[in-house]
Design a protein around this ligand. Structure first.
Ligand code: HEM
Length: 300
């Protein structure tokens, strides 16, 4: 049995820290992964009941340099989409820490950072928080159609147990800045058309009433009759007086599902661009990572 990393399955968390880094010293980085897992175990036993979890994942170049050729075979560097509308900011390493306690995330992140020390250079760090009613900063409930229940989540988000990379997961990490003034400049009816759901009571629009370039029109997609599912663990982030938006992260057993949804959103499939991008959001960071199982991570 291979165990998925611990920030993938739990879905009742309220805060997260997302870190991306480039690797300067490979051997030290490998050793630091074990130390980071030990720090996680220590924090979980000292402060139980907060669903503290952590994922450590790798960009394609770094993962391939480790030589586990049969594992995480789909991983590749993120390439820009939508004629530059979605740039790539691919890094070697991603650390995702989440729980129901922001301070506990910070405590663990401090220890993890100390473990990696000078073996990495941090390129980006974002702190996410859950808003009341699980709404985004745009006012819409986010996460409703996420798979629920441990078994379902594991089936969508992690590689099946009969595979050499069992328990592994593919990840997209994207930072979206929201222009809330612009968003507030269109009517609620237009916002609802852009999303494909109602705002106050969060009711999904019937397929026939949905605009093809609404967010649901772009992401609720089927291939040969089968829905392309992903597990989102995104949270709002930012400052009242500064940059704010959505720190998007999704986990999946196959990179394909994530990649298809992004191509639909950024116009690389049929030229139609997600209305959320037109009315509110700009992607400023995007990268793909592969998270091996806990056992593989401990034994790099
Ligand atoms: C600006 C960034 C984004 C915002 C504000 C946003 C917001 C939302 C909202 C409000 C919903 C409806 C409620 C729900 O089911 O969660 C939703 C659904 C969804 N989003 Fe996003 N999202 C963003 C980016 C993305 C990206 C980049 C992807 C894929 C890579 C994605 C995939 C999905 C999926 C799969 C659903 C469920 C569709 C369904 O089956 O009904 N979203 N999103």
């Amino acid at each position: 049995m291979s165990t998925p990393q611990t920030a993938i399955i739990p879905d009742t968390i309220t805060a997260a820290i997302y870190i991306e880094a480039n690797v300067l010293d490979k051997e030290q980085t490998k050793a630091a992964c074990c130390q980071a897992l030990a720090a996680l175990d220590d924090c979980r036993s000292r402060f139980p009941g907060h669903e503290l979890g952590m994922t450590i994942a790798f960009g394609a170049d770094f993962w391939h340099s480790l030589g586990h050729a049969n594992e995480g075979r789909e991983i590749r560097p993120f390439v820009p989409l939508g004629n530059g509308l979605c740039p790539t900011t691919q890094c070697d390493l991603m650390i995702h820490i989440q729980s129901r306690h922001f301070g506990l995330n910070y405590l663990l992140a401090e220890q993890v950072n100390a473990a990696f020390g000078s073996s990495i250079r941090i390129e980006n760090e974002t702190h996410g928080f859950r808003m009341p009613e699980e709404r985004g900063l745009d006012g819409f409930v986010d996460g409703t159609e996420n798979p629920h229940g441990e078994e379902k989540i594991a089936a969508v988000a992690t590689i099946a147990q009969d595979r050499p990379d069992a328990g592994g997961s593919y990840i997209v990490l994207q930072k979206y800045l929201h222009d809330l003034k612009k968003w507030g400049g269109i009517s609620v009816a237009e916002q609802e058309q852009a999303v494909g759901r109602s705002k106050a009571d969060n009711i999904e629009f019937a397929r026939a009433d949905r605009l093809p370039d609404s967010h649901l029109g772009r992401t609720n997609i089927k291939e040969n009759g089968v829905g392309l599912k992903i597990v989102r663990r995104s949270l709002p982030f930012g400052y009242i007086s500064g940059e704010h938006g959505l720190q998007f992260i999704a986990y999946c057993a196959t990179l394909h599902n994530i990649d298809e949804q992004l191509k639909f959103m950024f116009g690389d499939k049929d030229g139609k661009i997600d209305l959320l991008l037109k009315h509110m959001s700009t992607a400023v960071r995007s990268a793909y990572y592969y998270a091996p199982s806990v056992e593989r991570l401990a034994d790099l």
